[in-house]
Design a protein around this ligand. Structure first.
Ligand SMILES: NC(=O)c1ccc[n+]([C@@H]2O[C@H](COP(=O)([O-])OP(=O)(O)OC[C@H]3O[C@@H](n4cnc5c(N)ncnc54)[C@H](OP(=O)(O)O)[C@@H]3O)[C@@H](O)[C@H]2O)c1
Length: 221
């Protein structure tokens, strides 16, 4: 197996180019470190490389309690943005503890009725959620989705900018992410660590859409 940025499989050994990896942060164990790259890089590239989120701007993050969303909330706060996150009520405290300024329970009310004129939307849910999230953008705003491949086409219907993001490995960005971890500005939440023999359970858990943070599969556990 190689670490290439494309979807891969599970392997005990993998080849990785030096431009795709970074040293494990000293403060994290191996399970925590393994849980960082996909979520953090996806959020980083979506919000900073594509949407160019800057200090003082507002951002709506759908699925803010998920593996990608929980990283996005913290990275957007570290950037100095005003952060609004969506999830169901059981995740309100979790998302506020990550640093979100506002929380919307998507099961209690349509989020697009209470969130207006944001600079950026980072959508991690896709489908109908992504479609409705366009309504929360200000004129000239930018929606980037990790879950909706039609985001760019949809954006044209709403007269805003849109993009779908496919995460790429980056040693440079991982080094910047490691700096934030060392400064205590980025923390990882792991829902559960499962042995590789329980890969089926891990997928079922992931597909439930209810995970808070990340699921880690461990070889040799
Ligand atoms: N394009 C890429 O490069 C890339 C990279 C990584 C991931 N992805 C994709 O990004 C998406 C998110 O991945 P993930 O691992 O972060 O997902 P995840 O961890 O499975 O997300 C689960 C979280 O989403 C919340 N949630 C579920 N439905 C929601 C809704 N309708 N509105 C708001 N929150 C909702 C849940 O909270 P509640 O239980 O409170 O509802 C749960 O905490 C997936 O589609 C994944 O395939 C793409």
């Amino acid at each position: 197996m190689t670490v290439s940025g494309l979807s891969g499989g599970y392997a005990e050994y993998a080849l990785a180019g030096v431009d795709t990896i970074a040293p494990k942060p000293d403060s994290l164990n191996f399970e925590e470190a393994a849980a960082i790259p996909i979520g953090a890089l996806t959020a980083w590239q979506a919000m900073f490389d594509l949407a160019h989120l800057s200090s003082g701007q507002s951002i709506l993050i759908t699925g803010a309690s998920g593996g990608v969303g929980s990283m996005a909330v913290q990275l957007a706060k570290a950037k100095g943005a005003f952060v609004i996150g969506t999830a169901s009520g059981r995740n309100q405290q979790f998302i506020r503890d990550l640093g979100a300024d506002e929380f919307v329970d998507y099961t209690a009310q349509p989020f697009e009725e209470v969130v207006k004129d944001v600079d950026v939307v980072f959508d991690t849910i896709g489908g109908d959620t992504c479609e409705r999230a366009f309504q929360t953008l200000k004129k000239g705003g930018f929606l980037v989705s990790a879950a909706e491949s039609q985001a760019e086409e949809k954006a044209k219907e709403f007269g805003v900018q849109g993009a779908w993001l496919f995460c790429q490995p980056s040693a440079k960005q991982l080094a910047e992410i490691n700096r934030l971890i060392a400064e205590g500005k980025l923390k990882i939440h792991i829902e559960t660590v499962l042995p590789l023999t329980e890969v089926k359970k891990a997928h079922q858990l992931s597909q439930s859409g209810r995970t808070r943070g990340k699921i880690v599969l461990q070889v040799g556990a």
